[in-house]
Design a protein around this ligand. Structure first.
Ligand code: FES
Length: 341
């Protein structure tokens, strides 16, 4: 059984209405949690939303603030039609209230802020992207191009912030709006034409799956290798990290793991995630979200087989290359060998 994760109570300093269906929650993180809630641009927080009598659901919302500008950490939430959590947050969270949160997680974040960036955002996919923009403008020196697709003008989130940032950045930030109401749905050829002058920049895409697919194809048509493109889908969790969950299959195995320069053999009980096996044995493997969405726990399998309960981060070529997510892996063979080296 996977135990529930500890969450932190964080006061909400302010609720800002961004559009008719989107609001930003500014967080007043207490000083003793400052370290726990330090974050990189593009990361997200997991919110525990009460549900039923004692239950909860968990949802991830990207930080739209920058850790480089001195602003309070802020997440931005868009109501989704029929979505319980986003509507609950929009209807119930007010300034002075409290959010129950897991620490920041996610790998949709530049390694360095100094280069040029080619950023694509679709709808509320702008949230982590504007965090990268603010951060690169504040702490980097390169040029930034944002291609931002929306249904129509009313659905543009952060329109005035982007105008203000572009005006203050002089020629460092170029924002290109794509409105379906004017231009039709984004197509590969049109995205490729917009991106062509900027293909040497580091590319990031966040938005709904169809938008991601179109932009990926456009970049591949321009010869940008898929490996160099950072993409973030809208995040959904396979499990609720705030509730205990039942084990899901797998077989008992022996795990041989190479970690921190040492090789060890460990018993791997059936139905236990590999990451839990390592932690239970006192090892210190890397991990963050534990939900199969950040990739922090990735390692390489060198013998045997596992199955992953959930994977939103490894691409098919990563999996073909033997990469697995320890937080999602159950043993399928009596012996499994992995390496973190
Ligand atoms: Fe995030 Fe495993 S810890 S994918």
């Amino acid at each position: 059984m996977t135990g529930p994760r500890a969450y932190h109570q964080v006061p909400v300093a302010e609720v800002i209405s961004e559009t008719a269906d989107t609001c930003s929650l500014v967080l007043d993180v207490p000083p003793e949690l400052g370290e726990v809630f330090s974050y990189r641009p593009g990361q997200f927080l997991t919110v525990r939303v009460p549900s039923g009598r004692d239950g909860s659901v968990a949802r991830c919302y990207s930080l739209s603030s920058s850790p480089h500008t001195g602003d309070l950490p802020t997440i931005t939430v868009k109501r989704t039609a029929g979505g319980y959590a986003s509507n609950w947050i929009a209807d119930n969270v007010r300034a002075g209230g409290v959010l129950e949160l897991l620490p920041p997680a996610g790998t949709f974040s530049p390694q360095a802020l100094d280069g040029d960036f080619l950023l694509f955002a679709g709808g509320s996919g702008i949230t982590p992207v504007i965090s990268i923009i603010k951060s690169a403008l504040a702490a980097g020196r390169g040029k930034i191009v944002l291609i931002y697709a929306n249904r129509d003008e009313r659905s543009v989130i952060f329109g005035s912030d982007l105008r203000r940032l572009a005006a203050a950045a002089e020629d460092r930030l170029l924002v290109v709006h794509w409105l379906d109401s004017l231009h039709g749905a984004p197509m590969v050829a049109a995205m490729a034409a917009l991106a062509r002058p900027y293909v040497s920049a580091e590319a990031f895409i966040c938005g709904p799956d169809p938008y991601l697919a179109v932009v990926r194809q456009a970049l591949s048509r321009l010869g940008v290798p898929a490996k160099g493109v950072h993409a973030e889908r809208f995040l959904s969790l396979a499990e609720n990290p705030f509730e205990a969950t039942e084990p899901a299959g797998g077989t008992a195995a022996t795990l041989e793991v190479c970690l921190d320069g040492q090789t060890r053999q460990l018993p791997w009980p059936a139905g236990t995630r590999m990451l839990d096996v390592l932690i239970d044995q006192g090892l210190d493997p890397p991990f963050s979200c534990r939900e199969g969405i950040c990739g922090a726990c990735a390692c390489q399998i060198t013998g045997g087989k596992v199955e992953m309960a959930h994977n939103e981060v490894l691409e098919a070529e990563d999996v073909a290359g033997g990469y697995i997510l320890a937080c999602q892996s159950l043993a399928l063979t009596p012996e499994v060998r992995v390496t973190y080296e």
